[in-house]
Design a protein around this ligand. Sequence first.
Ligand code: HEM
Ligand SMILES: *[C@@H]1O[C@H](CO)[C@@H](O)[C@H](O)[C@H]1NC(C)=O
Ligand SMILES: *[C@@H]1O[C@H](CO)[C@@H](O)[C@H](O)[C@H]1NC(C)=O
Ligand SMILES: *[C@@H]1O[C@H](CO)[C@@H](O)[C@H](O)[C@H]1NC(C)=O
Length: 502
Amino acid sequence: MELQLSSAVTFFLQNVTVRSFLIFLAVFCLTADYVKKRLPRNFPPRPFCLPLLGNILQMDFSQPHAGMQKFIDRYGNIFCLQLGNILFVVLNGFELVKEALVHQGEAFAGRPVIPLFYDSFKEFGLVQSNGHTWKQQRRFALSTLRNFGLGKKSLEERIQEEIRYLIDAIEEEKGQPFDPHYKINISVSNIICSITFGDRFEYHDSQFQELLKLFDESLRLEISLASQLYNAFPNILRYLPGAHKKVFSNWKKVKCFLRKMIAKHREDWNPSEPRDFIDSYLTEIEKFAGDADSSFNEDNLLQSTLDLFVAGTETTSTTLRWALLYMVIKPEVQEQVQAEIDRVIGVSRQPLTADRTDMPYTNAVIHEIQRISNIIPLNVPRVTVCNTTLAGFDLPKGTFVFPNLTSVLFDKKEWETPHEFNPQHFLEKDQFRKRDAFLPFSTGKRVCLGEQLAKTELFLFFTALLQKFKFQALKNKKPSLQARVGVTLSPLPYQICAVPRY
Ligand code: HEM
Ligand SMILES: *[C@@H]1O[C@H](CO)[C@@H](O)[C@H](O)[C@H]1NC(C)=O
Ligand SMILES: *[C@@H]1O[C@H](CO)[C@@H](O)[C@H](O)[C@H]1NC(C)=O
Ligand SMILES: *[C@@H]1O[C@H](CO)[C@@H](O)[C@H](O)[C@H]1NC(C)=O
């Protein structure tokens, strides 16, 4: 009898409890998940979502910026999506994006904490920082970039010098097919080097190539599955191996390189003659030493420098690669740009920023390239910094927001032919026409800090390259306009010929 009982207990413990315990655990987890994922009151609608995963299965990760049209049709311009533990609101269309980012600029001026970025960079620098630190760092970086009469060379001269090296490097190809990717991104990186370190690197400098490789690899790994999972479930992934670990170790190496650069600057620093961004920053640290309110310190210096690289290199270089691609695919547009270059600049001098006002067609073409290539399709995420309401919904402080730039740059209400490459979008009676919905740099308090620099670079590179070369597709091989999804939307690798024009 006793034996029977104890074996029954054993049986029970071994089978029934284990099973019912598992059922209990599952019910508990799902309920906890359900409670945790309950939407705040009067929140934008969320499509039906699965426990734990949320809307992950409804997302098309090969085109994360698209594929939501069915939700827009059902719910309108504002709705929310659940990716694992992360809930975010998507804003669609020029009117709504402007309402949030401009009219309610203060409320939407925050950057959310994203685990992968936070664990790499904390909240230092320009891109990830918030509040007082962000305001101080941004103001300083903007004014330093603006009065870049730093040292002996103006910013424009630095860019022009770099363009001459690029032209020499392209001439070496002798009109034969080549992929311009490598040369363009070295050239564009060098401009940020010149601004931050005071000097450019040779194309074949091994330290420089190592640095670029680390950047490139980290950016690529940041969009890997492991990294996405890390963002959704950081407390589990932290203990597992994977691409996210490599991201951390790469950024550590990059920071080590920058720390050495800063130390070198300290050695031969002369406050009365700042050579570059780092020198100016060292002066700022000195000026505010002892001020408890100051965020000027070596951590923020290092991160601001890194941010200028990360935000300023891939973006500009990708846009230039789209530009050459469109010129090859639209030879009639290329010819018209070259006719304007020949008329306004001629062949004997390098283009200047001041030429832009006399070149409405070229200016319109550059704008149209930026519009249609849409390189940052969902913008950089924002977070609300206080309770607010938008389009009749309540968004509490701390709500993640994606202002969908694709929906602005292709808004049917704003553009005559949204899906067509059409420089006329920016022309009126042969004069350049500004468009409010031209927001590739976003808008509002956190609008791209490098907008002016990027526009100057794009104009000077584009005109100087088209002045020197005629860009052509290979025979019988039209390159594709399909975009590759990465940190930016970029062209697939392509080969072109750069035939000297004279
Ligand atoms: C074609 C080139 C570029 C494009 C399309 C672009 C686009 C953008 C976008 C969409 C944002 C997010 C703005 C927001 O949150 O609303 C941004 C932020 C930023 N960009 Fe750019 N950018 C470009 C070039 C540059 C360059 C050359 C620099 C460097 C000087 C730069 C530095 C920054 C920084 C520091 C931020 C963060 C600003 C903040 O959080 O306050 N960008 N950019
Ligand atoms: C962003 O806008 C585009 C164009 O309107 C749309 O096709 C896409 O589904 C939108 N993405 C999201 C996440 O709402
Ligand atoms: C630079 O160019 C090389 C090209 O060949 C490419 O592999 C890399 O992704 C590019 N990007 C950066 C940031 O170096
Ligand atoms: C923000 O809203 C929440 C409820 O959604 C409320 O508990 C909180 O007190 C509000 N905060 C402020 C500063 O009004």
